[in-house]
Write a protein that binds this ligand. Structure first.
Ligand code: ATP
Ligand code: MG
Length: 411
């Protein structure tokens, strides 16, 4: 019999419900991950207790917050860690491909498991009853298969997000999608257009966090095209860039840039439509916009590169090109990346903020107005190009010696 080590704070929740006479199990992702030998991200509990009964069981024992009361979910803070407790339920009709019109509470766990998406996600467990696995999820994990619970077409027409979830689990688990489920994935992909982008993006993010996402991205190009035609449309799609995601570290920004780079100048609207956050959009856009930049070679080049882009973007661009450029170029970017890191570690000066002289120092020397800014810029250029050390004494000396500063635009 399979034995799952359930953390103490979760056991307290199960015991609380059981000692009040209700059934309680851990369910879904945490059971799947435990069987696969992975550490679950969070532990969900399902129970025969109705939401108001769950509230009563924990009243005065642990904080209970009705976070999703419509769907029967109460969040219990057990040892300050949130555990979602959801009443066994069945979903009513889906009239919009995404949300059940109603949910109904039931007392049989098998009915609850039947509404879940894939066999590997439709298992429950507690230490008395062991594994509850009515749809063969355990076997599908052994075989490495993603399979819908029930008729795939019906399940995908209820909630089209399951289509992208199938691809997400295939990528993250390194599993194959079972034939009937796969046929429905492709045939129903059009319905993905009706799903809120926030939900799609959350799944796409998890998909890109797979150890090797490229195989799924390439094999299901036609499905991804429904969400991101600018990147996955057949005339734009770049399998080489997708392949690069397998070599990249698990860095979402780099991988998203690889997948979306083929959108070219449309990158910004694409990322907005995807509902990416503004920081991610900025980072990805800068990587894609600078996709043709030459690698900085000399120390001055490196400092200019850092001056132009800042540390984060400079590192993003270099790292991206290490994985997406070929042979010689990739090697050059590797060197550039190391040089960028060294310049930062050595606290080399590439920005005005790091310059050992500032506006008030110059004012003391009688410089006024916009000349202050121009002078500082020129001194920074002198430091970056190695003509002057970054120390106040030397910078002042350099300034005094170089009447070249007094050219036309000084007047
Ligand atoms: P993760 O480890 O990424 O959290 P997970 O399997 O826990 O994966 P969740 O999105 O947290 O995924 O969902 C929890 C469980 O709820 C799933 O394991 C599955 O049983 C069920 N579920 C989630 N989304 C759906 C859906 N769209 N349709 C049917 N069942 C779903
Ligand atoms: Mg989860």
């Amino acid at each position: 019999m399979i034995k799952i080590e359930i953390p103490n704070y979760v056991q307290k929740v199960l015991k609380g419900l059981e000692s009040a006479g209700f059934k309680a199990f851990i369910v879904g992702g945490c059971v799947r991950d435990s069987i696969m030998g992975k550490k679950p991200a969070d532990w969900d509990v399902c129970t025969s207790a109705r939401p108001e009964q769950v509230m009563r069981v924990f009243n005065g024992v642990m904080p209970a917050i009705p976070t999703g009361i419509k769907h029967g979910t109460i969040t219990i803070l057990s040892d300050k860690i949130p555990v979602e407790v959801t009443t066994f339920r069945i979903d009513g009709n889906y009239s919009d491909n995404r949300r059940p019109d109603s949910v109904g509470f039931v007392t049989d766990i098998t009915e609850d498991l039947a509404r879940r998406d894939f066999t590997i996600n439709s298992m429950a467990y507690n230490s008395d009853e062991g594994l509850v696995d009515p749809f063969g999820g355990g076997m599908d994990i052994k075989r490495g298969v993603i399979r819908c619970v029930g008729e795939p077409e019906k399940r995908f027409s209820e909630d089209a997000l399951r289509i992208i979830r199938a691809l997400r689990f295939a990528a993250v688990c390194g599993f194959k999608i079972e034939n009937k489920t796969e046929t429905a994935v492709r045939e129903m992909a059009e319905n993905l257009r009706e799903i809120a982008m926030e939900r799609v993006y959350a799944e796409f993010r998890k998909l890109l966090s797979a150890e090797k996402p490229a195989g799924i991205l390439i094999k299901y190009r036609d499905v991804f095209e429904k969400i991101l035609p600018e990147c996955f449309g057949i005339e734009r799609f770049d399998a080489g860039l997708c392949t690069a995601t397998d070599k990249m570290p698990e860095n979402f920004v780099l991988r998203l840039a690889a997948v979306c780079a083929s959108a070219g100048e449309k990158i910004n609207p694409v990322l907005h439509r995807l509902k990416a956050d503004s920081k991610t959009i900025r980072r990805v856009c800068r990587i894609v916009e600078n996709n043709k930049t030459e690698p900085p070679a000399t120390k001055t080049d490196v400092l200019n590169f850092l001056h132009e882009f800042g540390v984060e973007t400079a590192a993003d661009i270099a790292e991206f090109r290490i994985f997406t450029d070929k042979n010689e170029n990739s090697e050059q970017w590797k060197l550039a990346f190391l040089k960028i890191r060294r310049a930062v570690d050595d606290n080399e000066c590439y920005s005005l903020a790091q310059l050992d002289i500032n506006g008030s120092d110059l004012m003391k020397c009688g410089i006024k107005g916009r000349r202050i800014g121009t002078t500082l810029d020129r001194l920074l250029t002198a430091v970056i190009s190695g003509k002057c050390q970054n120390s106040k004494v030397e910078l002042l000396e350099f300034f005094n010696k170089n009447c070249c500063f007094l050219d036309d635009d000084w007047v």
